[in-house]
Design a binder for this molecule. Structure first.
Ligand SMILES: NC(=O)c1ccc[n+]([C@@H]2O[C@H](COP(=O)([O-])OP(=O)(O)OC[C@H]3O[C@@H](n4cnc5c(N)ncnc54)[C@H](OP(=O)(O)O)[C@@H]3O)[C@@H](O)[C@H]2O)c1
Length: 286
């Protein structure tokens, strides 16, 4: 078994929830998994328990609430009683409390005026903070695919999360990167409290990687560094995050991602990249 590396969280959004994925991760020193109440057709927690009940105590486990089954189509909600119910159900299905529970894409439920949105988010955050105090989870956070609305809602009255998780890497636009940084600054979160997610935008085979060589963003790349590895390593700096939730059901792929961590991103090239992104946005027609 390899030494543990806390910088990688194995994301189970697209996973088949097979035991070998959990044993493979532990063998490689990855002992953090991220799942969701709605993942795997709303059965992710029960599936994890079914395939790996003896393995679960070895993992730090984060999950998400805020996306619920509904007639016709699943729906987002920040209703505190639904969040609470989902957390109780999560504890029941996993037979343990998760280490961290994220509010899942709260922006999807924040319609209406800014003060209405602030009240709604505040009540949802308070529900998660209360559940943490009562032992239903070890801590709480916010995971947001599109955090652009959120920084303006954070003031001294909004409960402060333990962790915020945002999109990271070369597929995240400058507006998303800057909103993520503003959100972390608004709550005064350190980089270990800001996690990245989806470093390949969900698809490591994206044609983007044929057009843009991510090795440009790495200091002293050598021939063994692949484009996928370079994109992954770069994601830790776009924005600067302490950990990244990345999805793979393939242990050799996970090994490649771990190997990428020995490289460093090139801060100067990244600054230029961000400047170019900003300029491009400024010149886009309204
Ligand atoms: N709003 C939210 O809260 C939210 C939204 C999205 C994601 N997330 C979190 O972020 C995690 C990751 O997101 P994601 O799965 O959407 O996207 P991702 O990590 O950007 O991409 C996953 C894809 O990359 C491939 N891959 C990974 N390593 C590879 C390698 N070394 N070589 C080739 N292909 C590789 C995987 O295929 P293989 O299986 O073939 O390796 C998989 O298809 C999720 O599981 C979840 O935990 C959260």
């Amino acid at each position: 078994m390899r030494e543990r590396d806390p910088r990688i969280v194995l994301g189970l959004h697209r996973s088949r929830y097979e035991r070998r994925i959990l044993t493979g991760a532990l063998e490689l020193g990855v002992d953090a998994i991220d799942t969701g109440f709605n993942y795997h057709g709303f059965s992710a927690h029960a599936a994890l328990w079914a395939v790996g009940r003896d393995l679960l105590p070895h993992f730090k486990l984060s999950t998400k609430v805020g996306f619920f089954p509904a007639p016709g189509q699943a729906e987002h909600s920040l209703d505190p009683s639904r969040l609470r119910e989902a957390m109780e159900r999560t504890n029941y299905d996993l037979c343990r409390a998760p280490d961290l529970v994220f509010l899942h894409n709260p922006e999807q439920s924040l319609t209406g005026s800014s003060s209405a949105a602030q009240d709604k988010l505040g009540m949802a955050c308070a529900a998660l903070a209360r559940a943490t105090a009562e032992g239903l989870c070890g801590g709480w956070g916010i995971s947001s695919w599109d955090p652009r609305l959120l920084p303006s809602l954070v003031d001294g009255t909004m409960p402060k999360p333990d962790v915020v998780m945002v999109r990271a890497g070369l597929t995240a636009g400058i507006d998303i990167l800057e909103a993520s940084e503003a959100l972390a600054a608004g709550w005064d979160l350190g980089s270990s409290q800001l996690w990245g997610m989806s470093p390949f935008g969900g698809r490591a085979t994206d044609p983007l990687w044929g057009k843009l060589d991510p090795r440009l963003f790495i200091q002293d790349p050598d021939e063994s560094l692949s484009a996928v590895q370079a994109a992954f390593r770069t994601a830790y700096r776009l924005p600067r995050v302490g950990r990244i939730a990345v999805g793979t059901d393939n242990p050799p792929h996970l090994r490649e991602l771990i190997a990428a961590l020995r490289y460093e991103a090139n801060a100067d090239t990244l600054l230029t990249y961000r400047r170019l992104l900003r300029e491009r946005t400024a010149h886009q027609p309204l």
